[in-house]
Ligand binder design. Structure first.
Ligand code: GLC
Length: 476
């Protein structure tokens, strides 16, 4: 079995150069600055003590947003003890500044799905990548790769390398507090262990919060032969918006931009990347307004559960209680059936699963190869700390996918009603053709000690798509 997957993973080096044949990608809307810092359990405990927070206050199920320093600690403790990732919105700049002082400023890196994906795709050779930035001060521009094909609109609407486009805007800083599996948080009522390396994000970002749009995006996009639009950023919106307008207004404004961009090119493939969205009303709006406009949706298990909380709360609870192959498959299938999105891709620990309509323009083989490219590079990114290094490109070569993924696929196979030879074929090939839709699943290469996990989902989803585009060009 491992031989087949090793052979499939062995196709990655030959496919990577073909990413250069992908001519144009739009990456919008959220670009920001990530200030990434690794926090240790004892530091969290010390800060909680300084703030006078007792264990009960830290466990309290309050609103998932940040109004005062204690909320940062509450969210962080929740993520640390659960080994989960969440992003909460900071309501005032002082608290964000406090968090920088308390936990450290850390290192600055490109943040936001749009920014991360733009850097990744341009680095891998996509000919032209147009990136949207709500705010683009020098410190933000400097986080873009120095590549001639990575473009942003200037203030006069013309295109220039994103790194050189500097506007007089305020910086949007997200504090990424990362923690390690096995670390211990010593609280007065006993130590808590961290079960899984993950992160808590405290976001102060008034411009992306209202999805402030660059007025030159549509004309800039017209100058580029776009094949794919990768969208994200809706998760930052809160209803009502900071200026009191309903969230729906910001969402509809973005959709008008999308419509104008795709009018001259009706074949443009549009992907939406879900992200940790705290505001349930915004999740509902995204499902009602944005999802029907896209061909493809990408998410992790937490984001799947978030959307199911709106669509099917019982199933959301079941997925939460058993976030593994079979149960998640039920969630994924329900999401796809209820929304009718032609392609939905779920990534979770050890495994990616895509369900796509038979009428989707790519074969399941192209989809599988795209997913494998994504898994190989995402592993390299996690192991090396950044995708944009030569080591990250080759890190996964010669490594077998993890046993966890194969077990998840076995659980998925049972949920798909497969047994005997049919189950074996699915485990070996990862493809199950159905009358209306195909299922494609792969086991991923695991990284024992990831240097950093932020931006993994964005990388996985965008590389799966671009990898599949390249595979299709190569005849898969
Ligand atoms: C969210 C966060 C951003 C981070 C990104 C990584 O968009 O707001 O700070 O870079 O997720 O996926």
């Amino acid at each position: 079995m491992a031989t087949t997957w090793r052979e499939l993973y062995g196709q990655v080096p030959a496919l990577l150069p073909r990413i250069r044949e992908v001519r144009g990608v739009l990456s919008a809307f959220n670009t920001n600055i990530d200030a990434v810092v690794k926090v240790r359990g004892d530091r969290i405990a010390a800060i909680a003590r300084d703030l006078g927070l007792d264990p009960a206050a830290l466990r309290a199920e309050g609103p998932r947003r940040i109004e005062e320093p204690g909320d940062v600690v509450r969210g962080l403790v929740r993520c640390f003890t659960g080994g989960i990732a969440e992003e909460w919105i900071v309501q005032g700049e002082e608290v964000s500044r406090w968090a920088g002082e308390a936990f450290g400023e850390g290192r600055l890196q490109m943040g936001g799905q749009a920014g991360i994906v733009a850097n990744a795709l341009a680095y891998l050779g996509v000919e032209q990548v147009l990136v949207h930035c709500a705010s683009l001060p020098a410190i933000q521009a400097g986080l873009f790769q120095d590549l001639p094909g990575l473009l942003a609109p200037r203030a006069d609407g013309t295109l220039a390398p994103a790194r050189t486009v500097v506007r007089d805007d305020p910086p949007m800083v997200h504090r990424i507090l990362e923690f390690d599996r096995g670390d211990v948080l010593p609280l007065p009522d006993g130590p808590r262990n961290c079960p899984k390396s993950n992160r808590f994000i405290a976001t102060f970002d008034p411009w992306n919060l209202q999805m402030r749009l660059d007025p030159h995006l549509v004309s800039a996009a017209a100058a580029i032969p776009l094949e794919l639009a990768f969208l994200s950023g809706y998760h930052l919106i809160q209803d009502p918006l900071p200026d009191g307008r309903p969230a729906r207004e910001a969402i509809e404004a973005s959709l008008r931009v999308l419509e104008a961009i795709r009018r001259p090119r009706p074949d443009l493939l549009v992907h939406l990347e879900a992200a940790s969205t705290q505001d349930r009303q915004v999740r509902r709006l995204v499902l009602e307004e944005v999802v029907p406009q896209v061909h493809s949706l990408g998410l992790n298990e937490r984001e799947l559960i978030d959307l199911l909380e709106v669509l099917d709360p019982d199933l959301a609870r079941r997925c939460e209680g058993d976030p593994h192959g079979g149960t998640l498959w039920e969630g994924l299938r329900t999401l796809q059936q209820r929304t009718q999105v032609p392609r939905v891709q779920l990534h979770f620990f050890g495994c990616y699963v895509t369900v796509q309509d038979r009428s989707f323009p790519w074969s399941p083989e192209a989809t599988r190869l795209g997913m494998i490219v994504a898994a190989a590079l995402a592993a390299g990114k996690a192991a090396c700390g950044a995708l944009e290094t030569p080591e990250a490109r080759t890190w996964a070569q010669g490594r077998d996918p993890g046993e966890v993924g194969l077990q998840e696929m076995a659980s998925l196979a049972r949920a798909l009603g497969l047994s005997g030879a049919a189950a074996t074929t699915f485990l070996e090939t990862g493809i199950l053709r159905g009358p209306d839709r195909d299922v494609v699943a792969i086991p991923t290469v695991l990284v024992e000690r990831p240097v950093s996990l932020v931006g993994m989902g964005d990388t996985i989803s965008s590389l799966s798509l671009v990898g599949a585009l390249a595979a299709r060009k190569a005849g898969a």
